[in-house]
Design a protein around this ligand. Sequence first.
Ligand code: ATP
Ligand code: MG
Length: 357
Amino acid sequence: MHAEIVVLPGDGIGPEVTAAAVEVLRAVGYRYGHTFSFDTQLIGGAAIDATGEALPAATLAAAKRADAILLGAVGGPKWSDPKAPVRPEQGLLAIRKALGLYANLRPVTPHPAALGASPIKPHLLTGVDLVVVRELTGGIYFGDKTRDGDSASDLCRYSVTEIERVVRRAAALARSRRGRLTSVDKANVLETSRLWRETATRIVAEEFPDIQLEHQLVDSMAMHLLSRPREYDVIVTENMFGDILTDEASMLAGSLGLLPSASLGDTDGSGRIMGLYEPIHGSAPDIAGRGVANPYATILSAALLLRHSLGLADEAECVEKAVAAALDAGVFTADIAGSGGGVGSRQATDAVIEQLQ
Ligand code: ATP
Ligand code: MG
């Protein structure tokens, strides 16, 4: 097949890690006979410097035309003045909104060779393979905000439609995995959570009767995620709960440098899913330009791109296995190796590409 991929390197280590992922995509494309073309565009601080805007119109137009988008990271001290008229992060929020990317997927599969990098006891982590699906464009982060003297409020609102579409996406994912879906809410207290629970129950009963659905309150979820993470397959939840639980879940894998993400929108007429793929880590200005960033999270994000937007499941698995083999072989960057050891981004990328040939 032929696919057009827009690459948004962004700031800090973004350009380094996206370059590594593009090399891997070329290698896996070559192996399976696909041609991928890459169109690099500006976003974040780099875009502000060049155009004054965090999401230039040319970038959004290219993203809308593309089959998928690969992003590095945005932001850094250069653009962090709170009084600045535009901030890099606005570029990311704007592109998610403009493309309707409402479902944020974060797989967490701690690798056996890297368990030591996690603060959680290794015996709890063996066999963990879960995905958190976070609703990304609704809820309290987007509701009306008010300030009245010495009181303030944030409105949390969800519509049935917003809940249905993210639950459908998560249930379909569960169906393609181990068939278990955990819906997380606070239905004992919040009205939005009661609507969430009713809607999730109905959608699964009507459209996914083969899926096993369980409901869990967010406070107990926070506990169980660390005490028995192996029991979970797909976890679906609203925006703010998902924000908190995904950061918690990242600790299961040890390093931020190992965790990919996908932000998905609706399927278009041709069955294609609009998606933006990026590592969960930030721009890491402290290590930018030194060739030491861990490229695995972005390479694994490229694997998600192959699977979800291009429908290339075998190719995605091939990339995931190549990263696992590199980790098995002990090819660790400094964030995993610890105590000043580890290889550079170049050697880590080469180790993955070698597995693909
Ligand atoms: P943001 O606000 O953009 O999310 P952050 O403050 O959460 O950023 P990151 O940029 O993610 O921070 O970096 C947090 C720490 O993790 C830093 O010390 C950084 O160097 C390290 N780090 C992040 N990503 C990587 C990576 N790919 N490889 C190695 N170290 C990394
Ligand atoms: Mg962060």
